[in-house]
Design a protein around this ligand. Structure first.
Ligand code: BES
Ligand code: ZN
Ligand code: ZN
Length: 487
């Protein structure tokens, strides 16, 4: 999909179809030429509501207010409606927000188009044709403001990079577990590194043993797919700060010997969403060439059953020497992350550490399907994540730690237990388990983001399709962009 920006008035632009944004519910805006027809069609102009007037080649889409979040989902809905119509190859849209913040609106528009057009048809014999070739955006309403074309072009480019990185993550997550296992994830990372100039190191089982990552190795043991730890880095000259990102890359989570019930196992190919988000973020960071050093670590493992499986009652020793009593092999993500967090902290002294994981069903129960849970020891660090999410149009909320829940992961036989002794507060107790593997000097600089809710949803919502959403990518890239601009 190709984008073009112009200050030409919309009526002078040639295109197969026009998308018209409707904010005024009385249909009074000068761009709305079909008031009577719209009323006849029962169009109310509600957020994301669309009506295609096929004879006029005009698609109307409603928006509740002129805000980026509304723009992103409205354009996604509009694009979904017209893509696949063979005669519509070129589209024109008038950018509507006549105020100085036009770059934010422009970004939301471009992100909405690319995210909305996403489809995953790898396993379909008949592929859906991508008919849309060109989207021309008219900036005529900005003329009265000294339009900074350079800033607009940069915004367009950044939005394209970000949306395409999100779609890259979605593709990895949607791929079925026997097509995307740890070795394949490592290959995706290596190919990405080659294309975008990142450095890449892959740790294989021999290296993982050398690094004393026996907890991660135990989770991986029963699978025929051997584990990998991926380390990608973006290292610009004179970086403003150093960031480490860590992702849970469970290419399949059967639950292990504490086997998941059949209904709960379906969709567990999505347990690699945290790791896949880290890969997408690294892609965006390198393509945007952000002036900060960013390291991405992924613990890529498959959690299976078999005679060789790790088991409840095992005591594992993590990379930092802590002993872990295993009482449930389905609480495996925190084990993989424990070793990967230790490795990341050994390799890089970072100003901030963020981890992404589909860690708990409890997060989905607590905050619903669309929201990520953010945990950590520092309000400032958590607020950074929340701010990034807000700009990106992702939902995120804080879950507070407390010392009473911390007691619930104590073990009678080891240093810590991999599950809590209470059935409540499971997202927080999982976060507290991870906290035990954060070094003293990183405690305030770390945040854990449980993306179990939004990472994979079995219906389309907003700019997200059925299946993988790429949760975490946009919120983190927006955060990193902000950090890049700090003095
Ligand atoms: N991958 C799951 C968490 C999950 C559940 C992600 C639903 C997305 C949707 C994780 O490994 C898991 O199984 N967690 C257990 C922990 C429990 C055994 C303490 C859970 O949430 O039930
Ligand atoms: Zn599990
Ligand atoms: Zn899991």
């Amino acid at each position: 999909m190709n984008f073009e920006l112009t200050t030409n008035p919309i009526k002078h632009i040639e295109a197969d179809v026009e998308i018209i944004i409707v904010v005024d519910k009385n249909f009074e805006h000068r761009f709305i030429q079909d008031k009577a027809l719209l009323e006849k069609a029962g169009f109310k102009g509600e957020q994301d509501e669309t009506t295609l007037l096929i004879e006029q080649d005009r698609l109307y889409v409603g928006m509740d207010k002129l805000a980026s979040t509304n723009m992103r989902t409205a354009i996604a809905a509009a694009i979904r409606k017209i893509q696949g119509i063979k005669s519509y190859q070129t589209v024109k849209i008038a950018s509507y927000m006549n105020h100085e913040k036009c770059t934010a609106a422009l970004k939301a528009m471009v992100e909405g188009a690319i995210l909305g057009a996403y489809r995953f048809d790898r396993y379909k014999s008949e592929k859906s044709p991508q008919t849309l070739e060109q989207i021309t955006i008219s900036m005529e309403d900005y003329r009265e403001f000294d339009l900074n074309i350079q800033a607009c072009a940069e915004a367009l480019n950044a939005a394209q990079i970000l949306a395409e990185a999100t779609n890259f993550t979605r593709d990895i997550v949607n791929t079925s577990p026997d097509d995307c296992y740890p070795k394949v994830m490592a290959k995706i990372a290596k190919d990405l590194a080659k294309e975008s100039g990142l450095s890449c190191r892959i740790l294989k089982p021999k290296d993982l043993r050398k690094e004393q990552m026996h907890t991660l190795l135990a989770v991986a043991r029963a699978s025929r797919h051997k584990p990998r730890v991926i380390h990608l880095s973006h290292k610009p000259k004179n970086p403003k700060m150093v960031i480490s990102l860590i992702g849970k890359g469970l290419t399949y989570d059967s639950g292990g010997l504490s086997l998941k019930p059949a209904d709960f196992m379906v969709t567990m190919k999505s347990d690699k969403s945290g790791g896949s988000a880290v890969l997408g973020i690294m892609k965006a960071v390198s393509e945007m060439d952000l002036p900060i050093e960013v390291h991405g670590f992924v613990g890529a493992v498959e959690n299976m059953i078999g005679g060789d499986a790790y088991k409840p009652d095992d005591v594992l020793v993590a990379k930092n020497g802590k002993t872990i009593e295993i009482r449930n092999t389905d609480a495996e993500g925190r084990l993989v992350l424990a070793d990967t967090l230790c490795y990341a902290q050994q390799e890089v002294k970072a100003d901030y550490i963020f981890d992404f994981a589909t860690l708990t069903g409890a997060s989905v129960v607590g905050v619903g399907h669309y929201t990520s849970s953010v945990m950590g020891n520092s309000e400032e660090t958590k607020d950074l994540v929340l701010k990034g999410a807000k700009i990106a149009g992702e939902f995120a909320t804080k879950l507070d730690f407390n010392r009473y829940l911390k007691k619930s992961i104590k073990s009678e036989v080891a240093d810590i237990c991999n599950i809590s002794n209470t059935r409540y507060g499971g997202a927080i107790t999982a976060g507290l388990f991870l906290e035990a593997f954060i070094d003293e000097d990183h405690k305030e600089k770390w945040a854990h983001i449980d993306i179990a809710g939004p990472a994979f949803v079995e219906h389309a919502w907003g700019e997200n399709p059925h299946g993988a959403s790429g949760a975490g990518v946009r919120m983190m890239v927006k955060l990193l962009e902000r950090l890049s601009k700090e003095k």
